[in-house]
Design a protein. Sequence first.
Length: 163
Amino acid sequence: MRHFARTTLVWFLVAFIGDALVAPLIDIAGRAPDFTIIALVLLALSAGAVPATAGGFVIGLVQDLGNPPLLGLRSLCKCVLGFGLGRMRGRLVHGVVLVDAVMILLAVLLHDLVFLLVQSNLTQERFLVPLLTQSLPTAAYSALVGVPLLRLAEFTGVLRPED
């Protein structure tokens, strides 16, 4: 129970406090790390597929409340991403800096790929430019910021070996 409370507190703080307070302070040229995806990776690695799916849904729903025309899209993207990341929990050697960085980078890119495809109504003009100019820098920056956060979570005992 103590591990569950600690894990829930950490991913909640990373997702919401990171996104609301830290991201605007450390953005570079309007690009900030995606703390919600970093928190989802943290939750998936520490708790597995089911909690990551539920956590992704909650994070996405909170983000969707600010954009009613696309209500449910971020929830869907983060829910599916959380499930996929949680299923990879036992298959990856997390703790290796390169593996963690690539995992966060690909998670941000896959989330943005699905989100932009649906948002652009599958038209190439409104899809490629945001993917290349916004998603790639955000994914790289998220990987750069997310790896130390994962190391900190591992140091504090939130990320632990599977039972």
